[in-house]
Design a protein around this ligand. Sequence first.
Ligand code: CMC
Length: 384
Amino acid sequence: MTDTTPPIYLGLEGVYAAESKICKVDGTAGKLWYRGYPIEALAANSNFEETAYLLLYGKLPKRPELDAFTGQLKSNRDIPDNVKSIIKTSVGKAPPIDILRTAVSALSAEDKELTDSSPEANMRKTIKLIAKTTTIVAAIGRMQSGKDYVKPDNNLSHADNFLYMLSGSRQDKKAVKLIDLMFILHAEHSTNASTFASMVTASTLADIYASVTTGIATLKGPLHGGADEAALKMMRSIGDPSNTETYINDALAGKQKIMGFGHRVYKTYDPRAKILKAWLTDIDNIAAGDQKRLTQITLIAEKLMIDKLGQSHGIWPNIDFFAGPLYTWAGIPPELFTPIFGAARTVGWCAHILEYWEHNKLFRPLEIYTGPLDLEYVPIDKRK
Ligand code: CMC
């Protein structure tokens, strides 16, 4: 490296790569807005369908607009037979997030509009993707427990229908509300790794199925969407609330990262995590047995971590810290946490892809080459 070497921003930290009107994250104040609306207002008053409309179209819908959009989502819920077969032959062999990735990729084979890149066709594909990713996740959950696919019920909302397709029966209102909230909170989060990855694919003018497939692949890792499952695994290995302090101390002494803590942008409490903590505290009041132990471990670990790393290091809980114990309360198995995240984030991926295509520019960063040059080519038999 010389004085004239251009700076490298590892992990593109601090680099602005696009303009967007979709989402603002204020990592210092701990605030989040979708299309200008505070996340707290949407969490308290909206539902997934309305929030998805807002993110895609840039405004809150009037009643007829929401009814039409909800109708389009419902009519696109069912999944083709080729996708059901992929799920059936993959469960038990591949993790659900990989099956989701493969199944979404396979959806393109059944879309007659695949090569139509008009904005209208891309919006229709977006609606299909939002509807079908959720059905795919429910189908994976069903089939991995050896049960048959449950057809969507178009009398039910997105969240209610998801739990119905997953469990085969109607679930109580509080569980439906929680899943709806999870879908709202996970729907969008600016240029996080998976959204950026899907935009990179889209910038080559590959189609929206290819771009969303990239998003799912990128979401998988434990530094991103996979943190929800990893955080629950950690809480399970703690086992009993009385072990929490020793576990956290040992983990930090061993330089181990605590999953569900820290964020590239938030240097304070993630506002989505605050909303989920209120839910978890509420459930802690009524929980018993295993759920109570899990809830207690989570709340004790949160307090310990904030005392040790909050103000001093800017490492605070993120959305993934509380997601697992809440999903567990709603009866969702851990390996479905990240696929649910992906089904919800399909909205954000597509919103960003559609927006970026309005002024598309191929993503193609540079790197500084640090290897040798002009080496002599030696034929294979003469190499020493
Ligand atoms: N536990 C303990 N130490 C941490 C943690 C953590 N969860 N997160 C960051 N640190 C430390 C890290 O060890 C490093 O310390 P040092 O400077 O001494 O080496 C310092 O903080 C900076 O960490 P970094 O990983 O270089 O920072 P980043 O901005 O690249 O990382 C992050 C952000 C999310 C990858 C990181 O905080 C992390 O790995 N957290 C755990 C995984 C997680 O919860 N991910 C979900 C993110 S939110 C949902 C989503 O968008 O997917």
